[in-house]
Structures are given as structure tokens and as C-alpha cells.
Write a new protein. Structure first.
Length: 372
């Protein structure tokens, strides 16, 4: 339930009490909304006082008479427009003329209600203005968050692409100028490094594409019977280089085969992200546990590490886009902070859930349940 504040501005006591009576205990609901709206009412006789109230309090809807003792309703409307208050105004007046209606609408009044009106007309008008206000506010909110996400996307993308582009460019220049001689073998290390950087750029771009596709509902799902243990083994292969480098012991507990109806690429993303984190954020000579099990009617996937762990605060933001823990231990670990947010969206599509247990300096455990 949400409360909206209605300010009634009319110099006639009869109208003010009439509106109060008409809107008493009014509840408005829309099929597209979970919450009902209820209304708090305040009233005043003059335009001057109306402006004072609007400046002090958060008013949502103004029912505004035009003919008032001091300044006119239309001037109150002009003030509201000038100050860009986030509220909706409906004019109520017995001197309804086309002229005034045009002027009021030009100044941003949402609607016009001629006096006298019935209770039914009043309620219908308030329902209407509530819907208008709600949709207007939602649109504003969406525009803002859209822009924010787009900005974050672009800044992360450009930031993350800058250093590999510089590196590859540097290597190519060295080769172009044949700085270490004519023997191609002398450049092998640079070529390999360049290839690695290009691979990580491609991964970043793919991650961002995945996320955009999932978010816009455009990701095609290809659900069929497959053995997820095979996917698990491929995922383990792909972390092999870093596992070797950090000397991590990988322990697995799988059935020989686990055939189920899923989208292979979604399962791949889940495994890859959990495993890559469990290696990246592990300590040298640490351990990694990876198990897949059928429990009741669920697939339970557990990935546990003996790494740096997370604080409560880091844990609570874990699935947000671009979230990366920033501290001494993570400073030299690269990533975009997108992996887990993609994973979470995929788990949601599969109507599953994910739990995280983590202790700083001890390690982290991710438990994923997917319905069969
Ligand atoms: N197993 C883990 N142990 C400790 N911290 C972790 C672990 N997994 C994730 N985190 C923290 O959560 C953050 C978000 O993880 P996420 O996988 O989304 O992004 P990332 O690993 O930084 O980048 P990428 O998009 O390349 O996966 C990480 O930056 C890290 O701070
Ligand atoms: Mg990651």
C-alpha cells in the first residue's frame, strides 16, 4: 500500500468538506500493480497557503480551484511548473471556460473538472490522476536507471579495454620495428601475450553481450537432454592453467553421468563463473571442491574454495553488476564484476537459488540449486 498526499485548494468550505467526504477511505488499485494507493488529505482556502504547503511538504496531487481570494489558481499552477515539483494538478472550477482550460493545460495541469461534480466523477478523476502520476514517475525512474547502467557499461568497457589494447599495440610496434631482430622466435612471448590479451577482451565483450541479451529477454534458450558432468569436465579443463600456476588442489565429487534437460550454455556459464572465481580468489597452494549431486528433485552444485573470502558487506552486494571487492588482496586480480550477476540471472531463469557462505581469509562456498 502506498499513500499519496492530496492538497485541496478551494475557498468554499462546502467544496473542501465535500471532497474530503467523497475521498474518505478511498483505495485505488490497478491490475498492473501489487500495491493499492490510499490518500492523505489536506486543504487550504488560498493560493498563497497552497504554495507554502507545497514548498514544505511532499504533495502528490493538487485539486485546484481557479477563483481564489488572493492569487488565482492558474498562478499557483505557474509556480508549480516553474519549480518543477513532482506532482499532478487537476483544476476544479465553476467558471470553466475553454480559455482557462487551454491556459491550465499549457501550464501542465493534468485535467479539468467542472463544478458541481458527483462523488463518482471525483473518484474517477482521482483514479485517473493517480495512474498518470504513477506512470510518469515510473518512466522517469526507468530513464534514470537506464542511463546509469549504460554509463556503467561504457565506462567499464572502455576502462577494461584500454590496457589490453595498449599492451597489444606496444607488442605490435616492437615487432613492426623488428626491435629484437629478424628471428620470429624472439617474438614468441609477445605474440602469446597478445593472444591472451585478445582472448580476455573477447571474453569481456561476450559477457556484456550475454548480460544484455538476458536482460532484454532476447537470449534464445536451447533446452535438451544433456550430460552436465561432461560440461563440468570441460569447465575444469578451462581453469587448468591458473590452477597449475597457483598450485591448487582440485577435488571433485560427481556421479559418472547426470543427464537432464537444461540449456548447455547456461550450465556452462554457471560452472565457469563459480570455478573461475574459486581459483582467482584462492590462495597459492589452496584447495577447490566441486560437487554435483541430485538431491530430491534438484541439481545441487557446490563450489567451495580456501581463498580470501568476503566480508558481510561484500557478500550482500555480490550479485550486483560491476561489484568487485576492493582491497589489498583483490588489487592484482582482474575481472569485470559481471560474472556473478550473469550467473544470478541465469539461476533466476531456471527458477533456482544460490546461497553463499564465506569467511574472510578462510574461503567461500557457493551452493546452487536448480529444479529438475
Ligand atoms: N570465491 C570467491 N572468493 C572471494 N571473493 C569472491 C569470490 N567470488 C567472487 N568474489 C568477489 O565478488 C566479486 C564479483 O565476482 P564476479 O565473478 O561477479 O566478478 P569478477 O570475478 O570480478 O569478474 P568476472 O566478470 O571476470 O567474473 C569479485 O570481484 C570478488 O570481489
Ligand atoms: Mg568472476
Amino acid at each position: 500500500m502506498k499513500n499519496l498526499k492530496i492538497l485541496i485548494v478551494d475557498d468554499e468550505l462546502g467544496i473542501r468538506t465535500g471532497i474530503r467526504r467523497g475521498l474518505k477511505n478511498l483505495r485505488v488499485s490497478f491490475p498492473f500493480l501489487e500495491n493499492d494507493f490510499e490518500y492523505d488529505l489536506i486543504d487550504t482556502e488560498t493560493g498563497e497557503e497552497a504554495i507554502e504547503i507545497i514548498e514544505k511538504e511532499k504533495v502528490d496531487i493538487v485539486l485546484l480551484d481557479n477563483k481564489l481570494p488572493g492569487i488565482e489558481g492558474i498562478e499557483v499552477l505557474e509556480h508549480i511548473k516553474k519549480k518543477k515539483y513532482d506532482l499532478a494538478v487537476m483544476m476544479i472550477t465553476s467558471y470553466a471556460s475553454i480559455d482557462l482550460a487551454v491556459k491550465a493545460t499549457n501550464n501542465g495541469a493534468f485535467n479539468f473538472m467542472p463544478k458541481p461534480f458527483t462523488r463518482q466523477e471525483l473518484i474517477a478523476a482521482v483514479e485517473n490522476i493517480t495512474k498518470h502520476l504513477y506512470l510518469k514517475r515510473m518512466t522517469e525512474k526507468m530513464k534514470k536507471s537506464d542511463r546509469k547502467i549504460r554509463f556503467q557499461f561504457l565506462s567499464v568497457l572502455s576502462h577494461e579495454l584500454k590496457s589490453p589494447i595498449n599492451a597489444v599495440e606496444g607488442y605490435l610496434q616492437i615487432m613492426n620495428e623488428k626491435q629484437v631482430g629478424n628471428n620470429i622466435a624472439s617474438y614468441e612471448k609477445m605474440i602469446n601475450r597478445s593472444l591472451e590479451r585478445i582472448k580476455s577482451m573477447r571474453n569481456l565483450i561476450m559477457d556484456m553481450l550475454d548480460l544484455t541479451k538476458i536482460e532484454s529477454g532476447e537470449k534464445n534458450r536451447n533446452i535438451r537432454q544433456i550430460d552436465i558432468i561432461q560440461i563440468a569436465r570441460i569447465a575444469i579443463d578451462s581453469i587448468e592453467p591458473l590452477v597449475k600456476q597457483k598450485n591448487i588442489k582440485v577435488n571433485t565429487k560427481f556421479p559418472d553421468e547426470f543427464i537432464t534437460k537444461v540449456d548447455a550454455s547456461e550450465i556452462e556459464i554457471i560452472f565457469n563463473n563459480l570455478l573461475s572465481n574459486a581459483v582467482k580468489y584462492n590462495k597459492d597452494d589452496g584447495e577447490l571442491f566441486f560437487s554435483i549431486e541430485k538431491i530430491n528433485n534438484k541439481i545441487q552444485i557446490i563450489v567451495e574454495d580456501t581463498g580470501i573470502g568476503m566480508s558481510e558487506k561484500e557478500k550482500s552486494n555480490l550479485f550486483k553488476e560491476f561489484m568487485r571487492a576492493k582491497n589489498k588482496k583483490t588489487r592484482n586480480i582482474t575481472g569485470t564484476g559481471l560474472g556473478l550477476s550473469i550467473l544470478k540471472k541465469i539461476i533466476d531463469i531456471n527458477k533456482g537459488n544460490i546461497k553463499v557462505e564465506s569467511e574472510l581469509d578462510k574461503g567461500s562456498k557457493f551452493i546452487v540449486n536448480l529444479n529438475l
